[in-house]
Design a protein around this ligand. Structure first.
Ligand code: GTP
Ligand code: MG
Length: 396
């Protein structure tokens, strides 16, 4: 009799668990991981087969009381009726997007070309050239270099056609943009571990948007990606990131609002390592709940992540419209974490495209990516020549 009762109890429990899993599979995202200590949840778009809930990851398994096993990320398939977007590859994007630098063009390109086209250049004209470059935030050192080089070519300038002048200017601007700097993004797997990209910057600079855009570009280049929502300052930040991920079928690891950012980052990298993805991209906060300094916290996030895998790229996101202020902020970040590349966002909204030159010269760090709009694919790998062409404007 006892055995019969036990058997019935087991049946009832199994039935309830089965119903629970089916209901769970109907949600917008599937919850794979619930780590009580960190409150980390792992979500990704629900697999198409609703009858078979996704295989739990190692951490999930321990959360559910199942034996740990290797993480096998469920196949990335959209919910019925939804189609994952296929973003364009990253190569050649700047050439396509360079006209977005139109505001810079109108002040810098047109301004300079008008002066240089004058028949005989006077001291006043050269001063005007200098002022135009400074107004575009090119910085004193580079401005001096450009003006000096143009002056030595004034004989050539006197007879040059419009197209020749434009070419000359593009060449001089390219030269101060550091055409030979190594701008390779550290996103590749190394020694059996994913590339880890940490994205830092002040509040509102465009970090989350940039992480989302990077994920799309990587997917467009055929890479597998996991996102870490280590901005736990507000829950909406993780939602924002998750939405970016879901559109292209990328998994987001997130934590509780106010939780420990380092744990979320750690968990994201662990998931990426076990799932053998190419790249883990970690978004961080520009503000904190706790009194501990943001810089201390970022340092901690990096140290904790490195227990799993080396951080292969630290990207500092700077809002191009903030000018000198942005450069000052940037120094603080470079002291806290070893920044390896700069992302300049909102270059579509400023006439000060020359800020790229200043940032590179004053920080000694290459600009690797630029944001040229709010659209999902408005992020481009930086290329000196294409950027100079964008600044000068005209037909190419
Ligand atoms: N025009 C333009 N807007 C951008 C660009 N990059 C980001 N933005 C906008 O900037 C705003 C802030 O972007 P977020 O990505 O939320 O900034 P964040 O650094 O994550 O901000 P916090 O999480 O609050 O620290 C959003 O409205 C973005 O759409 C860009 O390249 N061009
Ligand atoms: Mg953000």
């Amino acid at each position: 009799m006892e055995f019969v009762l036990i058997a019935i109890a087991i049946l009832v429990v199994a039935l309830l668990a089965g119903i629970g899993l089916l209901v769970g599979a109907g949600r917008r995202t599937t919850r794979l991981d619930d780590d009580a200590a960190t409150g980390t949840t792992l979500t990704r778009p629900r697999p198409a087969d609703t009858q078979a809930p996704p295989a739990p990851s190692g951490s999930t398994a321990s959360g559910l009381g199942l034996p740990p096993e290797t993480v096998e990320l469920p196949p990335a398939e959209p919910e019925p009726g939804l189609v994952f977007e296929t973003p364009p590859p990253s190569a050649g994007r700047l050439v396509r997007l360079r006209s977005r630098l139109a505001r810079s063009q109108s002040s810098l390109g047109r301004g300079l070309l008008t002066v240089l086209a004058r028949e005989k250049l006077t001291e006043d004209d050269w001063e005007e050239v200098e002022e135009t470059l400074l107004a575009a935030d090119v910085g004193i050192a580079a401005t001096t270099q450009i003006v000096e080089r143009l002056r030595t070519q004034s004989m050539v300038l006197a007879t040059a056609s419009g197209a020749d002048l434009r070419e000359l200017l593009v060449r001089e601007l390219t030269a101060v943009l550091g055409p030979d700097l190594d701008r390779t993004l550290g996103t590749e797997r190394r020694d059996g571990r994913p590339g880890v990209v940490l994205v830092v910057g002040v509040n509102g600079a465009g970090k989350t948007t940039t992480v989302g855009k990077i994920a799309r570009a990587l997917v467009g280049d055929g890479k597998s990606v996991v996102l870490g929502a280590a901005d736990t300052f507000r829950a909406a930040a993780a939602d924002q990131l998750e939405t970016w991920g879901e559109r292209v079928g990328v998994l987001t690891v997130r934590g509780k609002e106010g939780g420990d950012p380092a744990s979320v980052a750690f968990e994201a990298v662990r998931t990426g390592t076990e799932g053998e993805v190419d790249t883990v991209v970690v978004d961080t906060a520009g503000r904190l709940h706790t009194k501990s300094g943001l810089m201390d916290e970022l340092g901690k996030v990096k140290r904790v992540v490195e227990k799993q895998a080396p951080v292969t790229e630290v990207l500092l996101v700077l809002d191009a419209t903030t000018g000198q202020n942005g450069v000052v902020q940037a120094r603080v970040f470079t002291e806290a974490v070893d920044v390896t590349g700069v992302v300049l966002t909102k270059l579509d909204g400023t006439a000060k495209g020359g800020i790229v030159v200043r940032v590179q010269q004053e920080l000694g760090i290459p600009v690797k990516l630029i944001g040229l709009g709010e659209g999902a694919d408005d992020l481009a790998p930086f290329e000196a020549r294409a950027f100079a062409e964008g600044l000068v404007g005209g037909e190419y």
